[in-house]
Design a binder for this molecule. Structure first.
Ligand code: DP6
Length: 316
């Protein structure tokens, strides 16, 4: 019979990053990571299983994708895990409220929304923890997008990945802000999946990363408990720059920054020197995400008029 389901999930920004896999097929990370979800930005997905449909029909932001499109191929390969039989196919209608592949982790919200839609359609009634594990198989960072607020993805130890899933942290922090500074929304030249693989293969300083990242996750988790923005910001910024250092020291080099990204970094450091408490993080793209408290909002909007400020815990 026809099955239909719906799922919605937010994007998340890692404060301590996931970069590198110990198992490529299962998306098992070399290190734990910790993120903040951004309410209002993310993915909505309607999914239908049609026993008589000849092939998957996938549409993204109102556009039907050819089965050769790389996004459609990756999605169909993920759906292979869940097909009730080989005769029917899925119709997937998905909408992102963030630019695809612009370093705003649309694969994270995408696979999280998709597993929620599957859970709805097939009435699995799985827990968020179990769904996090399934979302991880689609995209590692998607494991963290099942939760609002802060989430920690445990790297896990088992080879089968059954202990590698994310969990929500209980803390709420109404003054905490994330500012999105868009430098460029062009699709990135090299996606994270390939980028981290190259890094693991060729970067000679990569061995320092897993231990540092594991340490940073713990420091940031404590900083959240203590509402200590300075420790959180310093650790998150240093963690992002360390990840980018491994990218730059990969061969061929991976540099996601543009001139404007570097200019924005200098501007943030200048603001800090003037006494403003603001930090940044960056992912596999040229855009910056600023971390600060509500009291700094006016000064930052003045410095960066295009800044899009999100207060993940603020009840409006
Ligand atoms: C830089 O989750 O996109 O955003 O597991 O191959 O799909 P795959 O990679 P992905 O990598 C995200 C990398 C990052 C850091 C992070 O979000 O932790």
């Amino acid at each position: 019979p026809v099955k239909t389901g719906f799922g919605i999930a937010p994007v998340n920004i890692a404060l301590s990053k996931y970069w590198g896999k110990r198992d490529v097929a299962l998306n098992l990370p070399t290190n734990s990571s910790l993120s903040i979800s951004l309410p209002g930005l993310g993915t909505q997905t309607h999914l239908t299983w049609l026993p008589t449909l000849g092939q998957d029909a996938i549409s993204l932001n109102g556009q039907r994708l050819s089965s050769e499109h790389k996004f459609a191929k990756r999605l169909s390969a993920f759906l292979d895990f869940f097909r009730p039989n080989l005769a029917g196919h899925f119709q997937v209608i998905t909408h992102n409220s963030v630019p695809t592949a612009a370093g705003l982790a649309s694969s994270a919200s995408g696979y999280a929304a998709l597993v929620l839609a599957l859970n709805d359609a097939f009435e699995w009634q799985l827990s968020l923890q179990q769904l996090s594990l399934l979302a991880r198989l689609g995209s590692g960072s998607a494991s963290r997008s099942l939760f609002p607020g802060f989430a920690r993805w445990h790297k896990g130890k088992q080879d089968n990945g059954m202990d590698s899933y994310a969990e929500a942290l209980p803390e709420s922090w109404p003054e905490f802000c994330v500012g999105l500074l868009e430098i460029d929304i062009q699709e990135k030249p090299l996606g994270s999946t390939a980028g981290m693989q190259k890094t693991v293969e060729t970067c000679e300083i990569y061995q320092a990363w897993p231990e540092k990242a594991e340490k940073d996750v713990n420091i940031i988790q404590k900083a959240i408990q203590n509402k200590d923005l300075t420790t959180l910001g310093e650790t998150a910024e240093n963690n992002a720059l360390t990840m980018h250092a491994t990218m730059i020291s990969t061969w061929p080099p991976i540099l996601y920054w543009q001139a404007e990204s570097v200019a924005a970094m200098h501007q943030i450091w200048a603001l800090r020197n003037q006494g403003h408490s603001v930090y940044f993080t960056m992912d596999a793209g040229p855009n910056l995400k600023l971390l600060f408290l509500e009291t700094e909002k006016p000064a930052l909007l003045q410095a960066f008029p295009n800044l899009k400020v999100i207060q993940p815990f603020k009840v409006i």
